[in-house]
Design a protein around this ligand. Structure first.
Ligand code: UTP
Length: 245
C-alpha cells in the first residue's frame, strides 16, 4: 500500500448547529481563541507529515479559499449541495493519484494531545501497522452515545460492529466515531455505491457499514487527547478556553 500523503478536509456543511454565527461566516473560520478552527486542523495534518491538503468547500464558503490562498500545498474542490460528508469526500477523489490512501479530517473536530503525538499521527501509526482503513475513536460519557456512531471492537482491535446513534440501552460500547479517518482506495471506490440515508445525505458511516457487510476489515484507533466538537457552541467555547491557557 502507498504512503498517506494527502488529506481531504470536508468543510462544505451548513453549520446549522451554530446559527446565527454561521449565517455569513463558515464555522471553520470561527475563532478558537486566536486562530480559526480550520488552521488548527490544517496544522494537525501538516505536523503529521501530510504533504497536500484538499479542502472541499462550497460557493458560500469562498472565504476559506481566500484564507489559504497563499499556501501552495492546499487545493480546493467544490460540493455544489451539502449532500453529506461521504458525498463531500467523493468530490475530491478525481484529485487523487490512483491507489492512494488518504487521511480525512472533519473541519470541526479538534483533539489536543498535549505533549504527545497529534490525532492524525496516531491514525497514521495504526495504518502503518495494519495497512487497512482506520476509524478514529474516543470514549464518550455513556449518556451521550445516542449522538454518535458507536463501535464495538473485535478481539484484534478491529471494528466489528458500527451502531448509528444507538440508545443508551442498546449501545455495545462508549467508543464514538470522531471525524478522523484513513481511507484506503477500496473504501473510496465504495463511496460511489453508498446509498443515501433517509434524510438524503450520503455518509461515510454508510460506506463503512457496507464494508462490514462484505466482511472487509477496518482497523480502529482509539485516539489519545482532549476532544472539542467546535461545531457546537459548548465545544467551541471549551476549545477557546483550552487553547487560551
Ligand atoms: P457536520 O455534520 O459536523 O457538519 O459534518 P454540518 O453539516 O455543517 O453541521 P450541522 O449539523 O449543520 O451543524 C462533518 C464535516 O463534514 C462536512 C462539514 O463541513 C464538517 O466538516 N460536511 C458535511 C460537508 O463538507 N458536506 C456535507 O454535505 C456535510
Amino acid at each position: 500500500m502507498k504512503k498517506v500523503r494527502t488529506a481531504i478536509i470536508p468543510v462544505a456543511g451548513r453549520g446549522t448547529r451554530l446559527m446565527p454565527l454561521t449565517k455569513t461566516t463558515p464555522k471553520e473560520l470561527l475563532p478558537v481563541y486566536d486562530r480559526p478552527v480550520i488552521e488548527l486542523i490544517v496544522q494537525e495534518a501538516f505536523d503529521a507529515g501530510i504533504e497536500k491538503i484538499i479542502l472541499v468547500i462550497s460557493t458560500e464558503k469562498e472565504s476559506i479559499r481566500t484564507h489559504f490562498s497563499d499556501n501552495p500545498h492546499i487545493s480546493f474542490v467544490y460540493q455544489n449541495e451539502p449532500l453529506g460528508d461521504g458525498h463531500a469526500i467523493a468530490q475530491a477523489i478525481p484529485e487523487l493519484e490512483t491507489d492512494e490512501p488518504v487521511l480525512i479530517l472533519f473541519g470541526d473536530e479538534l483533539i489536543d494531545n498535549e505533549g504527545g503525538e497529534n490525532a492524525a499521527a496516531q491514525l497514521l501509526k495504526t495504518f502503518e501497522k495494519t495497512n487497512l482503513s482506520v476509524i478514529g475513536l474516543q470514549s464518550v460519557p455513556r449518556a451521550q452515545v445516542s449522538r454518535y456512531g458507536i463501535v464495538k471492537l473485535g478481539t484484534q482491535e478491529e471494528v466489528e460492529i458500527i451502531q448509528e446513534k444507538p440508545s443508551l440501552e442498546a449501545a455495545f460500547s462508549t467508543l464514538a466515531i470522531v471525524g478522523k479517518y484513513i481511507l484506503t482506495p477500496d473504501v473510496l471506490a465504495l463511496l460511489h455505491e453508498t446509498e443515501a440515508h433517509a434524510d438524503g445525505e450520503i455518509r461515510l458511516s454508510g460506506t463503512f457499514q457496507k464494508m462490514l457487510q462484505e466482511d472487509r476489515p477496518i482497523s480502529a484507533c482509539v485516539i489519545d487527547g482532549e476532544r472539542f466538537d467546535t461545531g457546537s457552541f459548548d465545544g467551541l467555547l471549551a476549545a477557546g478556553n483550552h487553547f487560551a491557557r
